[in-house]
Design a protein around this ligand. Structure first.
Ligand code: NAD
Length: 490
């Protein structure tokens, strides 16, 4: 399974009502092996008519699916967990080919996806609400959580295995039916995931896959029979999804872009902080919403930190993601590489100091490789100090004291995550109280919560009320009712 899905010239199919089907819409784009430049598949855009048919199929499946006991509903979720474990390695290889990340990163990503499937297996407990006997004289009250109908998720390219699993297992285990619209840049991983879903034995129509781009999403946003939408992608699209879905009466949770910061205190263990800063900025080639592409460093240690970081960046190994020893693979596309090169040029023009120029480094030929770049003397007003680059570019900013560092972080319009390196408890406490972001790490480079905690950002990194994962997911995918019951004496 899997490997044969990526033979040259193959078009990616939809999975609707338990059947694989060709896509009727217009040609969307070629899928390229990012390490070699070779075209490995095409993906088309599903038409509004296909969305109508898919929603009707999912709506019909909902009638029976919601009637099953919760115990019966979680059985295919358990099987999906076992299938993902069994196929983790070949799935990772498909992911590496279309996306570019290293195999180790792909294996780690699938692991984080599996974690969500495991949590969703606990829905019989998580879905319980509350019961109070004698809430009023001779009256018992019970709160219950009920599924709503058809939900959809529209997802980003950068974690094509994990992000769909932030939503899919919770949506279906709570009794809804589900349609995934994966990124048109990485449809092969979703295709592989649905091979496993097909084998897991969900009833037909409970879990569906439609491919496409903006036109396909518009048909979903405007569809009366879709109850809610989960979105992960860039901030302008997240804002558009939030506004349009809400205008059409839907529940919506829209996770957007990011520009996260690491604060390096003058008390930090520098060796550890350098190591964590490098991996936080350059893992997944910097294409992570939890990457920290800006490090705000105390004046007193700035020079030493910059020197150590420059050495570490120069040693970073850029290679095809399937190579042993690769630390960073290629970028998602040539267009994206051009965008990042433009940002580097802008950084130079705006007066930042190039400490290590990734454009000059040797990288493998043929793919969309770009070595890491390190800038010093960046300010929050500069383009590279304020905008999301989403690539292997790390900026160093200087702070005169800890309060100054917090002000710099909070100046950002984004609030997805932040990290602090310190040996002082009082700085950690102040960081947690004052930094305006949804995920805060002390002495860890990447603030990624486990699946049994909720996950979502603040400010322009998130539009909605309920985040992904944990209890927020249960509340997003259910509505509550209260049963009030009295049995008067005869
Ligand atoms: P993107 O916004 O280009 O695309 C995301 C999804 O939206 C895709 O499925 C795409 O088909 C769809 N889409 C694109 N334009 C649309 C439009 N006009 N109308 C309707 N749908 C549209 O994002 P991307 O390039 O795939 O992913 C990178 C972005 O995702 C970065 O900004 C990154 O920070 C963000 N991201 C955020 C999180 C988070 O949890 N906050 C996680 C991962 C990625």
């Amino acid at each position: 399974m899997g490997q044969d899905l990526i033979s040259e010239g193959q078009s990616v199919d939809n999975y609707i009502g338990g059947e694989w089907s060709k896509i009727d819409g217009t040609h969307q784009q070629d899928i390229v092996n990012t390490a070699t430049g070779e075209t490995i598949a095409q993906v088309n855009s599903s038409s509004p008519e296909t969305i109508d048919d898919t929603v009707a199929t999912a709506r019909q499946a909902f009638d029976d699916w919601r009637q099953l006991s919760v115990e019966e509903r979680i059985q295919p979720v358990f099987r999906l967990k076992a299938l993902l474990e069994e196929h983790q390695e070949p799935m990772a290889e498909v992911l590496v080919k279309e996306h570019g990340k290293t195999k180790k990163e792909a294996m780690g990503e699938i692991r984080r996806g599996i974690e969500n499937v495991e949590v969703a297996c606990g829905i019989p407990t998580m879905m319980q609400a509350g019961h109070l006997p004698n809430a009023a004289p001779n009256i018992d009250e019970t709160a219950v959580r009920k599924p709503l109908g058809v939900f959809t998720a529209v997802t980003a390219f950068n974690f094509p295995a994990m992000i769909p699993l932030w939503f899919l297992p919770y949506a279906v285990a709570t009794g809804n039916t589900f349609i995934l619209k994966p990124s048109e840049k990485t449809p092969l991983t979703a295709r592989y995931l649905f091979e496993l879903i097909d084998e897991a034995g969900f009833p037909d129509g409970v879990v569906n896959l439609v491919n496409g781009g903006a036109e396909t999403v518009t048909a979903m946003l405007e569809h009366d029979d879709i109850e809610g939408i989960s979105f992960v992608g860039s901030t302008p699209v997240a804002r558009h999804i939030y506004e349009t879905a809400a205008a059409h009466g839907k529940r919506v949770q829209a996770q957007g872009g990011a520009k996260n910061h690491i604060i390096v205190s003058d008390s930090a263990n520098l060796e550890f902080a350098v190591d964590q800063t490098v991996s936080s900025a350059f893992a997944n080639s910097g294409q992570r919403c939890l990457a920290n592409p800006s490090a705000v460093v105390h004046d007193d240690i700035y020079e030493e930190f910059a020197d150590r970081l420059t050495e570490a960046v120069a040693e970073y190994t850029v290679a095809p993601g399937l190579d042993e020893g690769a630390q960073m693979g290629p970028l998602i596309s040539d267009d994206h590489r051009e965008t990042i090169l433009d940002y580097i040029e802008t950084g130079v023009e705006e007066g930042a100091t190039l400490l290590y120029d990734g454009r000059d480094a040797d990288v493998p030929e043929g793919g969309t490789f770009l070595a890491p770049t390190l800038f010093g003397d960046v300010t929050p007003e500069m383009t590279i100090g304020s905008e999301e680059i989403f690539g292997p570019v790390l900026s160093l900013l200087q702070a005169s004291d800890f309060g100054d560092a917090i002000d710099i972080v909070n100046e950002s319009r984004f609030g997805n995550a932040a990290s602090l390196f310190t040996e002082r408890g009082r700085e950690a406490k102040r960081f947690r109280h004052e930094v305006e972001a949804g995920n805060l790490a002390v002495n860890a480079g990447t603030a990624a919560p486990m699946a049994f905690f909720h996950f979502g950002g603040w400010k322009d990194s998130f539009f909605g009320d309920l985040h992904a994962q944990d209890d927020d997911a249960i509340r997003f995918y259910t509505d509550e009712a209260v049963y009030i019951e009295r049995w008067p004496e005869a």
